[in-house]
Write a protein that binds this ligand. Structure first.
Ligand code: HBI
Ligand code: FE
Length: 293
């Protein structure tokens, strides 16, 4: 298993009781224990070693310019101060998963809901809900980038509409294959910008180095029709030519796409189509082995 929050999409929020209608809670930074800061440090150092040459330049730059260090779980107010100046985003604390409409409402207002808690030492490589490491280390550096800032806000705005139209699954796949598991070309080589990958030591290597997964040129309609894996590495990654491609995606009207994909055949996570622009045709070895047991 990888150390993202793989079950979060498509699942109802857990059994948390909201204090406030927007589900935010106090981060209570002073209350983190030394052991909790230690878990952050372990994860931070492991990922920092892996990311050079694998994460995209925008991620690395965002990370360098934020008040983030191995030493302690970051304080959301300090992060927000820097983020706000750069792209107008803030980080707010939530207990974990929040309902879709609450999530979208935050994003539409440039508030990123980050899990307040940190995983336990025995969960370093697996946890069910997005914690502070996934949400802050994974997502916040890319929120320093104006293009990603725009795209995630547009996702929040589009989310409520998609839900009303009954096409939330299709929209959520776009988020999944970009914000969570996206790759982007850099000098002809795939680099990571997806938070689910960048916060996972095993998937960081798998996504860009393993010969098992497919790496396919990003296509909106194709992605909307493609189911994804929530419980394991992706079988296919969709690769942008440039991060700026997300800006066009933030601006176009999805309605005609929803119309085309509604009722159209869906693709399995590992499918390869004749129309796909393949960067790497995967061997599929990793998932085949697992299926054999
Ligand atoms: N809540 N905290 C949190 N983080 C998420 O990524 C999240 C969520 N609630 C709903 C959700 N994601 C997805 O199901 C939507 O993007 C569709
Ligand atoms: Fe995430």
């Amino acid at each position: 298993m990888h150390d993202t929050a793989p079950t979060k999409h498509g699942l109802a929020a857990g059994d948390h009781r909201p204090d406030r209608p927007d589900w935010t809670i106090a981060q209570g930074w002073e209350r983190y224990t030394a052991a909790e800061h230690g878990v952050w440090k372990t994860l931070f150092e492991r990922q920092s070693r892996l990311l050079p040459g694998r994460a995209c330049a925008e991620f690395v730059r965002g990370m360098a310019e934020l008040p983030l260090s191995a030493d302690q779980i970051p304080n959301f107010e300090e992060l927000s101060e820097v983020l706000m100046q750069r792209t107008g985003w803030q980080v707010v604390a939530v207990p974990g998963l929040v309902p879709d409409d609450v999530f979208f409402e935050h994003l539409a207002h440039r508030r990123f809901p980050a899990g307040q808690f940190i995983r336990k030492p025995h969960e370093l490589d697996y946890l069910e809900e997005p914690d502070v490491f996934h949400d802050v280390f994974g997502h916040v550096p890319m929120l320093m980038n104006p293009v990603m800032a725009e795209f995630i806000q547009a996702y929040g705005q589009g989310g409520l509409r998609a839900k009303q139209l009954g096409v939330l699954d299709q929209l959520a796949r776009v988020y999944w294959y970009t914000v969570e598991f996206g790759l982007v070309l850099e000098g002809g080589a795939p680099r990571i910008y997806g938070a689910g990958i960048v916060s996972s030591s095993t998937e960081t290597r798998f996504s860009v180095e393993d010969d098992s997964p497919n790496r396919i040129g990003f296509d909106l309609e194709r992605v909307m029709r493609t189911r994804y894996r929530i419980d394991d590495f992706q079988e296919s990654y969709f690769v942008l030519n440039h991060l700026d491609d997300l800006l066009a995606l933030a601006q176009i009207d999805f309605a005609p796409y929803y119309q085309r994909v509604t009722g159209a055949a869906e693709h399995e996570p590992g499918d390869v189509l004749a129309s796909d622009r393949m960067l790497t045709r995967g061997t599929g070895r990793y998932h085949a082995r697992k299926r054999q047991g």
